[in-house]
Design a protein around this ligand. Sequence first.
Ligand code: ADP
Length: 302
Amino acid sequence: MLELAHVTHVYANGTRALDDVSLSVPNGMFGLLGPNGAGKSTLMRTVATLQTPTAGSIRFGAIDVIAHPEALRETLGYLPQDFGVYPRVSAYDMLDHMAVLKGIAAARERKETVETLLNQTNLWSVRKKAIAGFSGGMRQRFGIAQALIGNPGLIIVDEPTAGLDPEERNRFLNLLAEIGENVVVILSTHIVEDVADLCPRMAVLAAGRIQLEGAPLALIEQTRGSVWAKTIGRDELDEARLRYEVISTRLFAGRTIIHILSHDDPGDGFAAVKGGLEDVYFSTLARSRRVPAEATSSAVAA
Ligand code: ADP
């Protein structure tokens, strides 16, 4: 179990990227969903001990993460948004090198680890190729391979499917799902389907605050009876926004399908639809914009 209590982070320029975040993350896949700028990367880097929060505490099992970052690093697998530089060394050599850094000193154990990971991530056939020449999907699978070195108990994956084509994305998500239920896996993303497909638990982060937390299925159930859909022309959208609480809009065959939130039948040609996680997410974001946390304006106040 990973537990965050009252974690706040204010950058030097006054931006309050995290604002009193408390969260309990059990074993299994946990989706952290939020729009760009929500504070996801700040939260992921903080849990990964790459930065220290301004306030709050973080525990992973018995480890006090802020007091003993080195203890967490021993059991952490981290796949950052972007590695930055992709080396010209082969996937095999790079994994071997990273295993040394992770403290796997015995050559035989390292060989076994590296070979298992290359097979698990389906990179065995390209193990001798330079990572610099890998496709986006191969790089992400390599990212997972290096994150799994040394059997981590906590795995953090930051925006993993951005830039992957559908086939690569599927392959990558299946791989993540296989990692197992005995470790904590946090998947940070702005893509609703990634969470819907994979995560038995999730939270929505916006403006540095946890806006919603729970099991996707239960959260979807809560929207039952209050999501309504209608197909309109694009020129009708502005008026619809004024009249209704529009939670999402989607183009379909040149027309716009709008979903609105309404506890009573709005009439006017709307039909009740079974809500999905998108409806949960977008209505949460709409609510968070309507009730901006007073504390999040500190950057402006300065
Ligand atoms: P996300 O990953 O959800 O897009 P981030 O954690 O990257 O969000 O950013 C949260 C907020 O903090 C944004 O307003 C961003 O501009 C700001 N921010 C991120 N990193 C820094 C930094 N090093 N210095 C100042 N502000 C930052």
